[in-house]
Design a protein around this ligand. Structure first.
Ligand code: NAD
Length: 421
């Protein structure tokens, strides 16, 4: 499926509209949530290793801050568009509300391929972008985090850049300007794997609810980056076997199951699954037709269109990625009885542990991994149950249920505060 024709923001607006009807959202609240509060576009120059100067276009979309500071990742990818970032920013608002986090929603990005740049160039691009964003970000205003193409290292550069612009006496109070940082720079244990861990909590809850035995089950994963590799590594501990995998470089299948740790190591050192010395190369079409119990999309939006929905031979899809299923694809899958655990719930472990990191920064604390993991488990189980209960009680699919639970919370806040002045 081509990403180009996928109008991601329109799709998210339609979901908002459908869910608004389910919860009888005040039309004024729906109107306010239908567009982001602020849309920032910056252009900034960066000197390349060759001495040449290039101009980059960066986005930061701040969708809502009714429940707390704007919050959301930064994406580095050649396909980044204003509309996609608007869609992703809106989803962060629903996600924070669903997870009961004191955050709103935001997203940002730069349209370029980070794979084409040296480490030095990536550092200069990240620092220059942070500088261009200036006071439009801040630990109590708008807090970025990693997303596709960005890493903990880049968050450390962003933090350092920001901290060095606020004045000496304020410096330490600004560590929480970004989350997803490496631990030594003020990150939290458990953040790197948090999104994948949350995906697996959803699978475990679903399996418990439906008396499904994960031992001996099979799963396939699209995208073996942060979300895909951690979800895969953790899910394997429950006896499930990874039988097909793929990313921007191609797809592989292994009926006897991949060694998920070795594959993750390979991707870390080589940048993709290409050349991994196990399994056989398959096409994208063959990947989507691979029979399995669970499919974890963990790459980009718009990947599961009509053709993929018809081809998929699985029981459930757990959306590690944001927006991987198109509405047309979803209709086919739901008609076929395939369960879809939606992005807003499934990948919310990332922002949840980002919140734990931010709280630790504010309090100058560092929590044990066990404490972070326990808190995340409780939060994911609670959200899963709320969504599952809502879906059953109101006879709506899980995506509409997840949106509805989040929207009801946002509506309460608007009702209590009303419009200023
Ligand atoms: P990442 O950069 O670590 O990995 C992205 C993966 O997608 C890579 O394996 C890449 O090869 C693959 N990919 C890119 N283009 C592709 C294409 N055209 N076809 C197939 N595969 C392709 O990014 P990530 O952080 O793992 O994010 C993956 C998804 O999860 C995104 O939708 C992101 O918004 C979502 N997400 C991430 C987090 C987080 O904490 N990192 C949290 C919530 C949601």
């Amino acid at each position: 499926m081509s990403n180009e024709k996928y109008e991601f923001f329109k799709v998210i607006q339609e979901y908002l509209n459908r869910a608004s009807k389910v919860v009888q959202l005040d039309p004024a609240v729906e109107l306010m949530l239908s567009q982001p509060k602020n849309e920032l576009i910056v252009h900034f120059p960066v000197r390349m290793d060759s001495g040449e100067v290039k101009l980059f276009k960066g986005y930061r979309i701040q969708h809502s801050n009714i429940l707390g500071p704007f919050k959301g990742g930064i994406r580095y990818h050649e396909s980044v568009t204003l509309d996609d970032v608007k869609a992703l920013a809106s989803m962060m608002t629903w996600k924070s509300a669903l997870m009961r986090l004191p955050y709103g929603g935001a997203k940002g990005g730069i349209k370029f391929n980070p794979r084409n740049h040296s480490n030095g160039e990536l550092q200069r691009i990240t620092r220059r972008f942070t500088h261009a964003l200036g006071s439009n970000i801040g630990p109590d205003y708008d807090i970025p985090a990693p997303d596709v193409g960005t890493t903990g290292q880049m968050m450390a550069w962003m933090m350092d850049m920001y901290m060095n612009t606020v004045g000496h006496t304020n410096k330490q109070a600004n560590r929480g300007v970004v989350t997803g940082k490496p631990v030594a720079s003020g990150g939290t244990l458990g953040r790197e794997k948090a999104t994948g861990q949350g995906v697996v909590h959803c699978i475990l809850e679903w399996a418990r609810e439906h008396r499904f035995n994960l031992e001996g089950s099979t799963y396939i994963v699209q995208g073996y980056g942060n979300v895909g590799s951690h979800a895969s590594t953790i899910l394997g501990r429950y006896g499930a076997s990874l039988t097909a995998v793929g990313d921007h470089s191609g797809y592989l299948r292994s009926p006897e199951g991949f060694n998920r740790h070795k594959l993750a190591e390979w991707v870390k050192t080589h940048g993709s699954v290409a050349g991994y010395p196990a399994g056989q190369a398959i096409t994208r079409e063959e990947f989507f037709a691979t029979k399995c119990d669970i499919f974890i999309p963990a790459a980009l939006e718009g990947q599961i269109g009509v053709a993929e929905a018809n081809a998929l031979d699985c029981r459930m899809i757990v959306e590690g990625a944001n927006g991987p299923t198109t509405p047309e694809g979803e209709r086919i899958l739901l008609d076929r009885g395939v369960v879809i655990i939606p992005d807003v719930l499934a990948n919310s472990g990332g922002v949840t542990v980002s919140y734990y990191e931010w709280v630790q920064n504010k309090r100058s604390e560092s929590w044990d991994l066990e404490e972070v993991d326990n808190k995340l488990e409780i939060a994911m189980k609670r959200a899963y149950k709320e969504v599952s209960d809502f879906s059953r009680a109101r006879d709506v699919d899980l995506r509409m249920a997840a949106y509805s639970v989040g929207l009801e919370r946002l509506q309460s806040a608007y009702r209590e505060r009303d419009i200023f002045p």
